[in-house]
Design a protein around this ligand. Structure first.
Ligand SMILES: [Zn+2]
Ligand SMILES: [Zn+2]
Length: 251
């Protein structure tokens, strides 16, 4: 058994069994991929060729696994905690006890998946509704969008999120009131702050605007009425004009 890490750091196992007349006959291999992993083998082939071929399969399947990982991360996948890497099927909670079963095509993982809708009798209306929306809107499926985005766009509804993600999700939607981005750009000049979320919130509860302290500092510095005491800037919130105080930190 050999363990591999692919480009995204996912672990994959490859089981190799040498037959008695190896290397005249190929070793038996079994791998967690969504199809039969067949070896190309000649009498001059060796184990390193097996590894090499396996690596090629992993490279080929990167997009397929990225789509599935994204589903597992952002939607409520039922039944299986840790689906096998070979599995191309996901059962997704669609609310009201309904489940959408999707089959991701490993040859074209970003394309519209095959789907089935199941649910108990009391939820039949909800289920028929989802099914109808799917049929009507599946033309809107776009390879440009992520799988969860596509699904929610087609069904015109927000799907249940995995437990523990909701809280984080709310946080993620906090945009800076000055640069309007959630995250600072990734930039060497910003050092440790590169790519960080907003870290300052106006204390006036009815305003409650969030900012990157870096953006707020820059903004306060551009205002003539701002005062500075040691490394703290005192000024007013750009939204509600209540006093704000931001520690300036050396970049
Ligand atoms: Zn900002
Ligand atoms: Zn404010």
């Amino acid at each position: 058994m050999i363990m591999y890490r692919d480009k995204k750091g996912r672990a994959h196992n490859l089981e190799i069994q040498l037959n008695r007349d190896y290397p005249n006959s190929p070793p038996s291999v079994s791998a967690d991929v969504p199809y039969m992993f067949t070896l190309e083998w000649s009498t001059s082939s060796r184990l390193k060729d097996v590894m090499h071929q396996f690596q090629k399969h992993l490279d080929y399947l990167q997009e397929f696994w990225s789509v599935l990982d994204n589903i597992d991360k952002s939607l409520c996948v039922v039944d299986v905690k840790q689906p096998a890497r070979a599995s191309a099927i996901r059962r997704i909670d669609a609310g009201n006890d309904c489940i959408i079963i999707v089959h991701i095509d490993f040859k074209d993982p970003k394309s519209l998946p095959e789907s089935r809708f199941i649910g108990p009798v009391p939820s039949a209306t909800h289920m028929n509704n989802l099914h109808m929306l799917w049929r009507r809107n599946c033309k809107r499926w776009s390879n440009e969008r992520s799988f969860p985005e596509n699904l929610e766009c087609i069904l015109g509804t927000e799907l249940p999120k995995p437990l523990g993600l909701q809280v984080e999700d709310d946080q993620q939607q906090v945009e800076c009131g000055i640069c309007y981005a959630q995250f600072l750009p990734t930039d060497e000049e910003l050092g440790a702050r590169s790519g960080t979320r907003t870290d300052y919130t106006c204390e006036n509860i009815s305003c409650n605007k969030s900012f990157h302290s870096l953006c707020l500092t820059d903004w306060l510095r551009s205002i003539t009425t701002t005062r500075q005491s040691f490394d703290v800037l005192f000024g007013n919130c750009p939204y509600c004009s209540d006093p704000v105080a931001v520690k300036t930190s050396n970049k």
